[in-house]
Design a protein around this ligand. Structure first.
Ligand code: C2G
Length: 151
């Protein structure tokens, strides 16, 4: 039984996350995800959209994920890997080199990220959509107002 452990926020779950989890699962038999808590995301400087419990439910619904535990700080990884009897620690290559010190207890692998998709980009698109929608509604209101004035 080969166990892989990874970590992340997985906010606004998207295809980049799915592809990474799929590739991680292909490395072994059991994939366990350390999911960043809402509080730890503040430490990471991330403003999450989806709260922890919902992000956890979404991950557990993913066919590649076998278990999820909470990530509350930067330095819990060593203890987690030992508790989970991890054979592999793997994460996207935006973290390349950052976790090499774990090599004494698990194989450390950095996988290429999926290009052209990120939670940050999704948030930007959503904010534009929201602004466009507000402009559209204002135009409708203005048109209705001028119609009423001419009645
Ligand atoms: N990812 C990816 N391709 C993308 C976006 C993300 O492969 N287009 C990967 C990241 O490299 C990471 C995982 O998906 O391995 C989760 O990404 P985030 O939710 O952004 O996680 P991050 O903030 O990097 O958290 O202690 C480690 C941190 O908790 C990692």
């Amino acid at each position: 039984m080969t166990t892989i452990v990874t970590y992340g926020t997985f906010d606004l779950f998207h295809v980049g996350h799915v592809r990474l989890l799929k590739r991680l699962k292909a490395l072994g038999d059991r994939l366990v995800v350390g999911l960043s808590s809402d509080e730890f995301n503040e430490v990471k400087g991330k403003q999450v959209v989806i709260p922890y419990e919902d992000r956890r439910e979404i991950l557990l619904a993913c066919r590649y994920v076998d278990a999820v535990f909470e990530e509350n700080c930067w330095d819990q990884k060593r203890g987690d890997l030992i508790r989970e009897h991890a054979d592999i620690f793997a994460i996207g290559d935006d973290w390349a080199g950052k976790f090499d010190e774990l090599e004494d207890i698990a194989k450390v692998i950095y996988l290429p990220r999926t290009k052209d998709i990120s939670t940050t980009e999704l948030k930007t698109v959503l904010s534009y959509l929201n602004k466009e929608k507000v402009v559209e509604i204002k135009n409708v209101v203005n048109n209705l107002t001028s119609l009423v004035e001419h009645l």
